[in-house]
Design a protein around this ligand. Structure first.
Ligand SMILES: Cc1cc2nc3c(=O)[nH]c(=O)nc-3n(C[C@H](O)[C@H](O)[C@H](O)COP(=O)(O)OP(=O)(O)OC[C@H]3O[C@@H](n4cnc5c(N)ncnc54)[C@H](O)[C@@H]3O)c2cc1C
Length: 202
């Protein structure tokens, strides 16, 4: 990402962060985009790299092509290595433990091996978008989902979860194959076009 930003700056390309696309108007000659803050821009081509819930896809390229919930959700966080007292259970850069509730994975986040990321993927009932958002913000959900599995209560798994400063929640969606991924002047790339389902969800 840093390299990409560096190359863009060298080429004199302006980058605006924190913009939220809310409307697209494509004609034969150009694409006009409108952002949530009321600003607009007009371009020759629009590249929709806005993830599995892509608004470029749902508002413009293929509105009826909906992602579906896989039945699995992830909890994840990042912890400083110096906070972990137990010996690490893996050699190399990555390790995984199969819990009865799902997959618990850990790995080094940075080259200097100062931070470890972890995530746990487990089955969770489907909810609508507002309920997902409420759940993500609820510390009680995180506590409950961890507490339900006795395996969380011992070993390095419990230690890593206990020292995690901020646990995030992520429901995993997938897109069916096929679907339209371009119009005359707009193209979808990445998850917006072909939502990558992690291997452990297949
Ligand atoms: C649990 C899990 C584990 C995974 N593990 C791996 C792995 O080990 N290796 C691997 O290669 N892949 C993995 N993947 C898949 C990988 O994360 C995705 O394929 C990848 O992040 C997709 O990148 P993207 O840029 O297309 O979309 P995203 O990373 O989703 O980025 C989309 C961006 O668009 C922005 N956006 C959304 N809406 C708007 C809007 N209206 N206006 C402006 N911006 C907007 C978002 O803020 C975001 O920055 C995993 C996925 C999951 C769920």
């Amino acid at each position: 990402m840093r390299r990409f930003l560096g190359k863009a700056t060298e080429a004199g390309i302006e980058i605006h962060m924190g913009k939220r696309l809310v409307a697209i108007d494509e004609t034969e000659d150009s694409v006009k985009v409108t952002f949530e803050d009321g600003t607009m821009d007009t371009c020759d081509i629009l590249v929709g790299a806005d993830g599995i819930h892509s608004v470029v896809r749902t508002m413009h390229v293929h509105p009826s092509f909906e992602p579906s919930y896989t039945g699995l959700s992830s909890l994840y966080s990042l912890v400083p290595i110096r906070s972990i007292k137990s010996p690490l259970y893996f050699k190399g850069n990555f390790g995984a433990i199969m819990l009865s509730s799902g997959y618990f994975s850990t790995g080094f986040y940075d080259k200097a091996r100062q931070h470890m990321y972890w995530w746990n993927t487990h089955e969770a009932a489907a909810k609508d978008r507002d309920e997902w958002t409420a759940m993500e913000r609820s510390p009680s959900y995180q506590a409950t989902s961890q507490g339900e599995d006795a395996e969380y209560h011992h070993s390095i798994v419990k230690e890593i979860i206990d020292i995690s400063p901020d646990i995030k929640f992520y429901p995993i969606y997938t897109l069916p194959s096929g679907g339209k991924w371009y119009t005359g002047r707009t193209i979808l790339i990445g998850d917006a076009a072909h939502g990558t389902t992690p291997l452990f969800c297949i």
